[in-house]
Design a protein around this ligand. Sequence first.
Ligand code: DC
Length: 220
Amino acid sequence: MINIAIDGPAGAGKSTIAKAAAKEFGYIYVDTGALYRAVGLFVKENGKDTTNEEQIKPLLEKLTISLKFIDFEQRVFIGERDVSSLIRTPEISMAASDVSAHPIVRDFLFNLQRDIAAKNNCVMDGRDIATVVLPDANVKIFLTATAEERAKRRYHELITKGQEVSFDEVLFDVKKRDEQDSSRKIAPLKPASDSIILDTTGYTLKQSIKLMIDTIKENI
Ligand code: DC
């Protein structure tokens, strides 16, 4: 199977760009952030503390997460429940970042990710895909942009979806998540030694997609 690993910080446009690249090559697009978000949602729904590993541990025993691909489009399920929309709020973004720092959560999601990559040609996006999940991926890309640029993009995305947020709030969240995701002890956000770094600051979405597709074609 051909596996393309795409890592990078929150709001670098990974999902939109990786999705477009997957479509170009006819591969499925796997958004692993959705898995951490589903865990974050489940912990919150159960009234537990997302920063407390001891509280999360027993919950994982009754949690079944799965991904389904409908027309190459990913949907995430908790049991039989499609939670794909519920996980897209700023509150769950932070909860996902919190739970992702716990080794027990990363272990819990590891096999699920490996299994999908073993069975499908895919473009998989996350934070540790090239470094931990798929160290043998055919192409590894680290997609980034400045925090301000990423906050600007995320802000417009949330506003378009009708969510009430301020730009400063979004920028604060982006920086906080960067700090949290990069400084955690386990699987921190960082490029693999053989990752290709793509910085899309100042690029339009169309230019970023072209850059990604051209880079994959050159390196596959
Ligand atoms: O890509 P995203 O914003 O949906 O990810 C949500 C959180 O999940 C992010 O703050 C870090 C975490 N995450 C991770 O630790 N490892 C991954 N492979 C994907 C996401």
